[in-house]
Design a binder for this molecule. Structure first.
Ligand code: GLC
Length: 420
C-alpha cells in the first residue's frame, strides 16, 4: 500500500472507531445564537466523512439548565448521549463521567490548543474534554452613534462608559423611548457570575476565590464594583436588565436600541447578518476598567467530552476529534464568530477578515480571567450561585455592595466547610 493510501485507511479507521462499522451517535450541543445550526452542520460533515450517523440532542439555552439536565443523565449512567458539549467551568464537576482523552487523541492535536484551556480541561491528570471554542466578554458599541455624539474612542473606564451611555441615551430617547445606554447579562444565573466577575476583577477586587482556595470577595474594591453596577440599573440600563441573559441583550442591541452591550464574541457574526439593523455599525473593544484597575474579561467557552456510558466510545472520540479539529473550528469562526481554541487559527487570513477583533483583541482572549472552578472543584456551582445571588441582590437594591460581599463571605465559608 502506498503511504498516502495507508494514511487514508488509518484515518478512516480512526474516524469510524476500531470496529470500523458505522454507528449512530448522539451529540448534545448548545442552542444560543447560531450554536444549534452550526452544530448540526458540523455533525453532517462528520456523517459524510465517516458514514456514521449523528443525532442532535437539543439542550436548553441557559448553561445552568443544561448542567442540571446533563447531571441527571450522567447520574443515571444513561447511554443516550455519547458526546456532550461542556462549559469550561464544568470539568471539575463532571470529570468522573467522562472518558480520559489523553492518549486517545494525538498529543500534537491537544498541544495545538491554548494551554490555559487544556489545563482547565485536565482534572487530576485526566483530559476530560477537548476545547471546541473559547469565549471572553467584550464591549460592543455603535460606531455611528459614537460619531454622532462626538466620541472618537470606546470608553476605557466604567465611569467613562456611564457618561457616554448617558449622553447617547438622553439624545436617542428624544425619538426612541426604548433606547438604552448599556445592556448586559443581569439575570441571576451563570452569565451574571461572568459579567460581575469582570466588574470585580477590573476594579482590582480579585476573583471571588483565589488559586489557593482562599475566599477573597470580602474587600472594598469588590463592593465598589457591585455598587457601580447597581447605579447603572434604572440609569444607563433599563430596569429590566436584571432579567436579561445573552440573547435578550443581543436582541436589543441588534435591533438598534442600545449604544453599548457586554456580550460574548458570537454576537458579532449575528450583528453583521442580513437581518441586523446595526450591520456595519458595530465596534468591539475590551471591557472598561475600574478606578486604578485594568480591564478584565471572563473566560468562557465550550469543550466536547465523551461519556463513559457511551456504547460507541471509539466513534464518539472520532467525532470529538473531528469537530474540535482546525477545519471545523475555522468554519465555525467564519460563520458564527466562535473563537478558535487552536493558536494557529489566530493568524488565518479568512478568520481575521470575518472577525477583525480576533486579531486586534487577541490579548483579551489569551488573558481572560477564569472563574474559580479550579480551586473550588465540585463545589463551583454552589459558589457561582451564591455569588450571582449576592450580585443580583445588589442590582435589585436589596442591599449594598459592602453588605453583599460580607454576607457572601459567610456563605462561601459555609459552602467550603473544611476544604473545597
Ligand atoms: C457562555 C460562555 C460560558 C458561560 C455562559 C454563561 O456560553 O461560553 O462559559 O458559562 O456563557 O451564560
Amino acid at each position: 500500500m502506498k503511504k498516502t493510501a495507508m494514511f487514508v485507511a488509518f484515518t478512516a479507521a480512526v474516524a469510524l472507531g476500531s470496529n470500523a462499522s458505522a454507528v449512530t451517535l448522539t451529540l448534545a450541543c448548545g442552542a444560543v445564537g447560531q450554536e444549534l445550526e452550526l452544530c448540526k452542520a458540523g455533525a453532517a460533515r462528520f456523517e459524510k466523512a465517516t458514514g456514521n450517523t449523528v443525532k442532535i440532542f437539543e439542550s436548553p439555552n441557559l448553561t445552568n439548565d443544561r448542567l442540571g439536565l446533563y447531571q441527571q443523565q450522567l447520574a443515571a449512567k444513561s447511554s443516550d448521549i455519547d458526546v456532550y458539549q461542556l462549559d469550561v467551568v464544568w470539568p471539575g464537576l463532571l470529570s468522573q463521567h467522562f472518558v480520559d482523552l489523553k492518549g486517545k487523541i494525538p498529543q500534537a492535536e491537544v498541544d495545538a490548543n491554548f494551554k490555559s484551556i487544556i489545563d482547565a480541561d485536565t482534572v487530576d491528570g485526566k483530559l476530560v474534554a477537548m476545547p471546541w471554542f473559547t469565549d471572553a466578554g467584550v464591549l460592543y458599541y455603535r460606531t455611528d452613534l459614537m460619531k454622532k455624539y462626538g466620541y472618537t474612542a470606546a470608553p476605557k473606564t466604567w465611569a467613562e462608559l456611564n457618561t457616554m451611555a448617558k449622553k447617547i441615551q438622553d439624545g436617542e430617547q428624544k425619538t426612541n423611548k426604548a433606547f438604552a445606554g448599556f445592556v448586559f447579562q443581569g439575570k441571576n444565573y451563570e452569565g451574571l457570575t461572568c459579567d460581575a466577575l469582570e466588574w470585580v476583577a477590573s476594579f482590582g477586587g480579585g476573583n471571588i476565590v483565589d488559586n489557593t482556595g482562599k475566599i477573597t470577595i470580602n474587600n472594598p474594591k469588590a463592593a465598589a464594583a457591585l455598587d457601580a453596577a447597581a447605579s447603572w440599573v434604572g440609569g444607563i440600563s433599563p430596569k429590566g436588565v436584571t432579567t436579561y441573559d445573552e440573547e435578550p441583550a443581543r436582541g436589543i442591541f441588534q435591533s438598534g436600541n442600545a449604544a453599548f452591550m457586554r456580550n460574548w464574541p458570537y454576537a458579532w457574526a449575528l450583528g453583521q447578518g442580513a437581518d441586523s439593523k446595526v450591520k456595519g455599525m458595530i465596534g468591539v473593544a475590551p471591557l472598561p476598567a475600574g478606578p486604578g484597575g485594568s480591564p478584565a474579561a471572563t473566560l468562557g467557552g465550550w469543550q466536547l467530552g465523551v461519556s463513559t456510558y457511551s456504547k460507541n466510545q471509539d466513534a464518539a472520540i472520532a467525532l470529538v476529534r473531528y469537530l474540535s479539529g482546525p477545519e471545523e473550528q475555522k468554519i465555525r469562526a467564519i460563520e458564527g464568530s466562535y473563537n478558535p481554541t487552536i493558536n494557529a487559527l489566530y493568524t488565518d487570513k479568512d478568520i481575521l477578515k470575518a472577525n477583525p477583533f480576533f486579531g486586534s483583541l487577541l490579548s483579551v482572549f489569551t488573558n481572560a480571567v477564569p472563574r474559580p472552578s479550579g480551586p473550588t472543584k465540585s463545589k463551583y456551582n454552589q459558589v457561582s450561585q451564591a455569588f450571582s445571588t449576592a450580585v443580583s441582590d445588589v442590582l435589585n437594591k436589596k442591599m449594598n455592595g459592602t453588605q453583599a460581599v460580607a454576607q457572601l463571605n459567610t456563605e462561601l465559608t459555609r459552602i467550603k466547610g473544611r476544604a473545597w
